[in-house]
Design a protein around this ligand. Structure first.
Ligand code: NAI
Ligand code: MG
Length: 328
């Protein structure tokens, strides 16, 4: 029995997650779903956004479908998403950005770097420790190398080794691992890389980088495909896996039925691919494409369809018998 934990979280998580869940329930009626309620709203109600027993429950799942969680700008509030990524050791954050003539996979280290959580605050000085370890770098670059080998065989390392000693370590380990694996590899400073991705997206295959750089790069790269409503992600560790849109809880549009559910639908597609159901994943993408081709779009893509209407249109297509033909 495949057990899927569902975390709607906050904001538009309550709108986009039901759309993706409906699709998974349709394609895999044998999956068992259970909800885990964590997030900022829980903190407002109980003073605790995510309890140890919530994490224990998530650990009983085979995969987690995750919306987004609000992190308020309060001094003592610890980000739930960061806590989960660490607690479940979801070290590889995979963020595919696919558009006309390009197919980029951003592989973001997800457990250390500048998001180490090691911080000190005093009224006049604040420090955050940027941690890069050999173990953390080896496992992320090995994930990136495996992906490159399954794809077009090209790896790019994004770093700032000209300034940060921690990135000298990151870059050198990545270069050595790529060389040992026989994968074609180049490295770029992250700032120059950011511009070049926008100018020449077709020249990239797999990009591996540290935590915060991958965070920023993926939001930026979403510009190439129509914005944050479109880019999915998988957070993969050795034991657990969590699938979520790249975007956050979008409080500015929450509760209005206007959020684009495509990023979350594609995250559900990545979940199916994780269980080796490539055909289910392809069917979700094909359905999304044909709904878009019908002119049904949410507001961020210039349309007027609601989140629910878009989801219904996708379900309608998926309910038609699967002929086995994938029209991508
Ligand atoms: P955001 O990604 O939530 O929103 C940025 C902009 O993109 C907003 O204008 C929003 O309306 C738009 N947008 C995002 N998703 C969209 C969608 N599906 N359809 C249409 N428009 C969409 O980032 P922001 O505003 O920086 O953060 C809001 C909250 O989300 C914060 O509390 C932040 O900490 C949290 N967050 C949580 C994440 C997670 O749970 N993994 C990731 C990123 C942010
Ligand atoms: Mg982000």
């Amino acid at each position: 029995m495949t057990r899927i934990a569902v975390v709607e979280g906050d904001g538009i998580g309550h709108e986009v997650i039901p759309v993706a869940r409906n699709v998974l329930e349709l394609l895999h009626p044998e999956f068992e779903f259970f909800s885990v309620d964590v997030g900022y709203h829980r903190w407002e109600e109980t003073g605790c956004p995510c309890a140890d027993r919530d994490i224990a429950e998530l650990k009983t799942s085979d995969a987690i479908l995750f919306g987004a969680i609000t992190t308020p700008p309060m001094k003592d509030y610890q980000s739930v998403v960061l806590r989960l990524r660490k607690a479940l050791d979801l070290y590889a954050n995979l963020r595919p950005v696919i558009g006309n003539g390009f197919d980029i996979m951003i592989v973001r280290e997800n457990t250390e770097g500048l998001y180490s959580g090691i911080e000190e605050l005093s009224p006049d000085r604040a420090t955050t420790l940027r941690v890069v370890t050999r173990k953390g770098t080896e496992r992320i670059v090995r994930s990136a190398i495996r992906l490159a080998q399954q794809r077009r065989g090209k790896l790019t390392i994004g770093h700032k080794a000209n300034v940060l000693k921690s990135d000298v370590l990151f870059r050198d380990i990545c270069l050595a691992e790529a060389k040992a694996a026989g994968v074609s590899c180049n490295d770029r400073f992250i700032d120059a890389l950011a511009l070049d991705i926008l100018q020449h997206p077709a020249s990239y295959d797999v990009i591996v980088t540290t935590n915060i750089f991958g965070d920023i790069l993926s939001d930026m790269a979403s510009y190439l495909v129509g914005g944050l409503g479109l880019v999915p992600s998988a957070n993969i560790g050795d034991r657990y896996a969590l699938f979520e849109p790249v975007h956050g809880s979008a409080p500015d549009i929450a509760g209005k039925n206007i959020a684009n559910p495509i990023a979350t639908l594609r995250s559900a597609g990545m979940l199916l691919a994780y269980f080796l159901d490539e055909s289910g994943s392809d069917r979700i993408e094909a359905a999304v494409q044909s709904v878009l081709a019908q002119g049904i779009r949410t507001r961020d893509l210039g349309g007027s369809a609601g989140t629910r209407e878009f989801g219904e249109a996708v379900l309608h297509i998926l309910r038609q018998p699967d002929t086995g033909a994938v029209s991508l």
